[in-house]
Design a protein around this ligand. Structure first.
Ligand SMILES: Cc1cc2nc3c(=O)[nH]c(=O)nc-3n(C[C@H](O)[C@H](O)[C@H](O)COP(=O)(O)OP(=O)(O)OC[C@H]3O[C@@H](n4cnc5c(N)ncnc54)[C@H](O)[C@@H]3O)c2cc1C
Ligand SMILES: *[C@@H]1O[C@H](CO)[C@@H](O)[C@H](O)[C@H]1NC(C)=O
Ligand SMILES: CC(=O)N[C@H]1CO[C@H](CO)[C@@H](O)[C@@H]1O
Length: 614
C-alpha cells in the first residue's frame, strides 16, 4: 500500500516537474520587447484609427494562423501572445470598437470606462506587471490609486459608518485594527487564512494545463484538497469562515465587502475566490493612465506587426466545422450576408455560453462533453451601471482616486434575502426604489491625464447588480430607443442611486450634473455581448471552485481546433481574463506560460538592475 502510494507520488512529481519546467513550444516572453515610451496619443480620432477598424473582407489578412472571436482583454491578450511567436491572428469584435469590458465611450464630451475601475498586483517586478509590460511593449502606464483605495460605507442614511481600506502587507491589518479595537486576533487570523488560501491559486492554473488524465487523477483521488489549501478552503462559504472569526457585524462586513468584485453574496461565495481578491489588492490598486482604452490601444499594434488585424463591427454568427467536426473558420455577418473566413485554429473570447449555445451548430451543442460543461456553470449576476458627467474639477467636487462600496446594512447575506432587501428577488419597480449596494468611483479623478484632456470636468461611475429578467422584455428593441416604460424604469433606478450618491458626496449637487444615463443588463448584452447582462461572465459561486469543474472547463474544448480564452476559462476580472489568455496560450503553444511570466519577472528584475548601473 505505502509502496503504491510512493510510486504514485514519484510518478506525480516527475510529471509535475516535466510540466512545470518543460517548455516545449516557443516562448512569447523570450525577448524583452519593451520600448522607450513613445509620444502619448490622446486624440480620439487618432486612437480610433486603431480601435475602430471596421470589418471589410479585404482587410482580412491572408494565410491566417488563428481567428479570435471577441476583443476583450482575454481575446486581445491571447492574440498578442500568439503574435509574439510570429503567428498571424485576426481578432473579430461585434461592437463598433475594440476592448470588450475595457472599451470606453464618449457622451456629451465625457469619456466613460465600462469595466475597469482598479487592478491589483501591478508593483514593478511582479510577474503580472512584467507580463503586461511585455504585452504592451512597455507603452501602457499604470497610476496608483490613493491609499486608502477603498472605503466601505455601512448602514442606513441616518447612521452611515465609514471604514477606509488600505493596501500594504501590514498596513491593511494595522489600519483595520485601529477601526476595530479588541478585534486584533480576528483580523490577524483573517489575514493569515486569506494569504494562505490566495497564495495557493497556482494549483488552479496547474489543474487547467496538466494533461487531463493527470488532472483527473489529482481530483478523483482527492489529492488536490490535500496538496492545495486553495481547494481545501474552496467549498467553504465566506460567511462560514468570517462568522467563526468575529461576532462584530461591521467587521464581518468589512472582511466581506469586496464580494462586489465577483458578485456573490457571502453565504454563496467561496472563501477561495474571496481570498484571491483580498490578496489581489494587498500590494495596491492601479488605474491605466489615459483611461481604459489605452489597454487595447497598445496591444493591437503588436498583433498587426505580426501580420494580424483587429476588426470591429464583425459579429461572428457561427463557427465553421469540416466533416471531421474540426473547427476550420468563422462566419461573420456583414449586413445580411455571411462572410466566411478560414483558419486552422479558432479561439473564442465570447464567453462559454455564447460559444457553446450560439456559435456552434446544433448537432455539436448536444455532445455530452459540451452538455457536461454547460451543466456545471450558471450565468453570473447582471449589472446596472450609471454614468455621470459633472461640471467641476475633482477638487471642486471632492472626488479622489479611490472607490466607495456603499451598503444599506452590514449583513450582506440579507441584502438579497429578507429585511432591507430581497433586492434581487423583488419585482423591478420595488427594486428600483431601494438599491441596497452601490459601487461609486470617479474614473476622471484616477487619471492624471484627465484634467488636460477635459479641463473643469469630472466623471462618476456607479455600479450595482440587477436582474436580467427585470429588463428582458425590451431586449429586442433598438438600443437607443427601447420605449417610454424602459426609460421610466431606468430613471427610477437612477433617482434612487443619485440620492445615495448625493448623500455620501455632499459636493455633488444636481446643478453639477451635465450628463447622466444608465446601462442595464440588456445594455451589456448589446455592447459587451453578455448573454444575460452578466458583468463578470459565468457565475462565481462555490460550485465554480469544484476541482472537477476546474479540470472540465479548459481552454481546449471537446471540439478539435476550437479553444476558449478569457474570464470563463479562469476567473473574472482583468487579471482573471488575462490568466484565461495565459491558460489558453499554454494549451496552444504547449508550454506553461504562467511559469514563463515568473521567469520573465526574474529576468526583468535583473535587466532593470543592470540598466540602473550595477
Ligand atoms: C461594470 C464592470 C466593472 C468592472 N470592474 C472591474 C475592475 O475594477 N477591475 C477588474 O479587474 N475587473 C473589472 N471588471 C471585470 C473585467 O472587466 C472583466 O472580467 C474582463 O475584462 C473580461 O474580459 P474578457 O476578455 O473575458 O471578456 P469581455 O471583455 O467581455 O470580451 C468579450 C468580447 O467578445 C465580444 N463578442 C461576444 N460575442 C461575439 C460574437 N459573436 N462576435 C464577435 N464578438 C463577440 C464582446 O462584444 C466582447 O467585446 C468589471 C466589469 C464590469 C462589467
Ligand atoms: C459649469 O460651472 C461654471 C461655474 O462653476 C459655470 O460658469 C458654467 O456655465 C457651467 N457649465 C455648464 C455647462 O453648466
Ligand atoms: C473530487 C471532487 O471534488 N469531486 C466532485 C466533482 O464534481 C461532482 C459534481 O459536481 C461532485 O459530486 C464531486 O464530489
Amino acid at each position: 500500500m505505502t509502496i503504491a502510494v510512493g510510486i504514485i507520488c514519484a510518478a506525480l512529481v516527475i510529471f509535475l516537474l516535466h510540466y512545470v519546467f518543460g517548455g516545449r513550444g516557443p516562448d512569447p516572453f523570450e525577448k524583452d520587447t519593451r520600448e522607450p515610451l513613445k509620444k502619448r496619443v490622446y486624440d480620439k480620432k487618432e486612437k480610433n484609427k486603431v480601435l475602430k477598424q471596421g470589418f471589410v473582407a479585404n482587410r482580412v489578412p491572408e494565410n491566417l494562423d488563428a481567428v479570435v472571436i471577441g476583443s476583450g482583454v482575454g481575446g486581445l491578450g491571447l492574440a498578442v501572445l500568439l503574435a509574439k511567436v510570429g503567428k498571424r491572428v485576426l481578432v473579430l469584435e461585434q461592437h463598433s470598437r475594440a476592448g470588450g469590458c475595457c472599451h470606453t465611450f464618449t457622451e456629451k464630451g465625457f469619456e466613460f470606462d465600462v469595466g475597469i475601475h482598479y487592478i491589483g498586483e501591478l508593483l514593478d517586478h511582479k510577474p503580472f506587471r512584467c507580463m503586461l509590460d511585455q504585452m504592451t511593449n512597455g507603452q501602457l502606464e499604470w497610476e496608483p490609486l490613493e491609499n486608502p483605495f477603498d472605503h466601505v460605507v455601512l448602514g442606513p442614511p441616518e447612521n452611515r459608518r465609514q471604514y477606509p481600506i488600505y493596501s500594504g502587507r501590514t498596513r491593511f491589518t494595522d489600519e483595520l485594527k485601529k477601526c476595530f479595537p479588541g478585534e486584533e486576533k480576528a483580523i490577524d487570523e483573517f489575514m493569515k487564512l486569506t494569504k494562505k488560501t490566495g497564495n495557493g491559486v497556482w494549483f488552479l492554473a496547474l489543474l487547467k494545463i496538466l494533461p487531463l488524465p493527470l488532472a483527473k487523477f489529482l481530483v478523483h483521488t482527492g489529492l488536490v484538497r490535500h496538496l492545495s489549501f486553495f481547494f481545501k478552503m474552496a467549498p467553504r462559504s465566506l460567511t462560514d469562515v468570517v462568522n467563526e472569526l468575529t461576532e462584530n457585524k461591521d467587521l464581518r462586513a468589512v472582511f466581506s465587502y469586496i464580494f462586489g468584485t465577483y458578485g456573490k453574496i457571502p453565504k454563496d461565495a467561496s472563501f477561495a475566490m474571496h481570498s484571491l481578491l483580498i490578496t489581489h489588492y494587498l500590494n495596491g490598486a492601479w488605474y491605466p493612465k489615459g483611461g481604459a482604452s489605452e489597454i487595447a490601444y497598445h496591444m493591437i499594434p503588436i498583433i498587426e506587426k505580426a501580420g494580424g488585424a483587429v476588426l470591429v463591427r464583425a459579429p461572428v454568427n457561427r463557427i465553421l466545422f469540416n466533416d471531421a467536426k474540426e473547427a476550420c473558420g468563422v462566419s461573420v455577418m456583414k449586413g445580411q450576408e455571411e462572410v466566411h473566413i478560414h483558419a486552422p485554429m479558432i479561439i473564442s473570447d465570447a464567453g462559454i455560453f455564447n460559444t457553446y449555445q450560439k456559435l456552434i451548430p446544433k448537432d455539436l451543442q448536444t455532445m455530452p462533453a459540451i452538455q457536461k460543461q454547460l451543466s456545471m456553470l450558471k450565468h453570473g449576476e447582471g449589472g446596472l451601471s450609471v454614468f455621470m458627467g459633472l461640471n467641476g474639477t475633482k477638487e471642486e467636487l471632492g472626488l479622489k482616486s479611490d472607490n466607495y462600496w456603499i451598503f444599506a446594512e452590514n449583513n450582506f447575506d440579507e441584502l438579497y434575502d429578507v429585511k432591507v432587501g430581497n433586492y434581487m428577488k423583488k419585482d423591478r419597480e420595488e427594486a428600483a426604489k431601494n438599491v441596497p449596494l452601490l459601487f461609486v468611483a470617479s474614473p476622471s479623478a484616477k487619471d492624471p491625464t484627465w484634467e488636460a484632456r477635459s479641463p473643469g470636468k469630472s466623471t462618476l461611475s456607479l455600479v450595482t447588480f440587477a436582474k436580467y429578467e427585470w429588463f428582458e422584455e425590451w431586449k429586442d428593441g433598438k438600443v437607443t430607443n427601447r420605449g417610454r416604460d424602459y426609460m421610466e424604469l431606468k430613471q427610477a433606478f437612477i433617482d434612487t442611486i443619485l440620492e445615495v450618491v448625493m448623500d455620501v458626496f455632499p459636493k455633488i449637487t444636481r446643478d453639477k450634473i451635465e450628463y447622466i444615463d444608465a446601462g442595464t443588463p440588456i445594455t451589456n448584452t448589446h455592447y459587451i455581448g453578455a448573454p444575460k447582462g452578466e458583468i463578470y461572465g459565468a457565475d462565481h459561486g462555490i460550485s465554480r471552485f469544484d476541482p472537477e469543474l476546474n479540470i472540465t472547463v479548459r481552454a481546449e474544448t471537446p471540439l478539435k481546433n476550437l479553444y476558449l480564452t478569457g474570464q470563463d476559462v479562469f476567473l473574472c476580472g482583468f487579471a482573471g481574463a488575462l490568466a484565461g489568455a495565459l491558460t489558453c496560450g499554454s494549451a496552444i503553444l504547449n508550454r506553461n506560460l504562467h511559469l514563463d511570466t515568473i521567469a520573465l519577472a526574474k529576468r526583468t528584475k535583473f535587466i532593470n538592475y543592470k540598466l540602473k548601473g550595477e
